[in-house]
Design a protein around this ligand. Structure first.
Ligand code: HEC
Length: 164
């Protein structure tokens, strides 16, 4: 059921984006970034491996965020440093897509809005890191955290407010 509503939400977002009603920066990437389903068989469905939101945040989001927070303290001096930032920002941005399949019963629209905004800022961070722009990376990182925290404020009563 959660998956069905998640897919429905994605489809809805694509339609809205297609109609040009949402600004580019809200999405970060254009509607063409979501590929059309080519194989609709049961095995080809996106399914969560871990149903618990707590475990999902703790094992996918938390360690990634902690590494990024360290990596963005000083300008990387070699390609390895930039690779680490690109890797963790892409993991977080793509993981925000998976939040869309984990909507709560109430205020699902707000949930998706936070997830999409965090994904968008995470994508900006990834792209800034690709061009090795440290200032832009830091700015996008802080924007991303604002969106992570906006969801935590609304859905977690202000717990898990992440510092830089
Ligand atoms: C759409 C909502 C939403 C977004 C967006 C979101 N989170 Fe969360 N996050 C949650 C919820 C809900 C919890 C609490 C899970 C629980 O303990 O049940 C949580 C908890 C956490 C925790 C605490 C985990 C723990 O073990 O105590 C961390 C760290 C975290 N999120 C990081 C992030 C980061 C980093 C981002 C942004 C890249 C992010 N979250 C974006 C909903 C969200």
């Amino acid at each position: 059921m959660k998956l069905v509503t998640g897919l429905f939400c994605l489809a809805g977002l694509m339609v809205v984006a297609g109609m040009g009603m949402l600004k580019q920066e809200t999405f970060g990437v254009g509607p063409a970034a979501v590929p059309a389903a080519r194989n609709s068989s049961a095995e080809a469905r996106v399914e969560s491996v871990e149903d618990s939101m707590h475990e999902f945040m703790e094992y996918v989001f938390q360690p990634t965020y902690r590494r990024l927070s360290q990596q963005l303290k000083t300008t990387p001096t070699d390609n390895q440093g930039w690779k680490a930032i690109k890797s963790d920002s892409l993991i977080l941005a793509e993981s925000c897509n998976l939040l869309i399949g984990r909507q709560p019963e109430d205020d699902a629209q707000d949930w998706c809005r936070h997830a999409v905004s965090a994904r968008s800022a995470g994508g900006e961070l990834y792209r800034a890191a690709k061009t090795k722009d440290f200032a832009a990376s830091g700015a996008a990182y802080r924007r991303m955290l604002e969106h992570c925290n906006a969801c935590h404020r609304q859905f977690e009563d202000g717990k898990h407010i992440l510092e830089q």
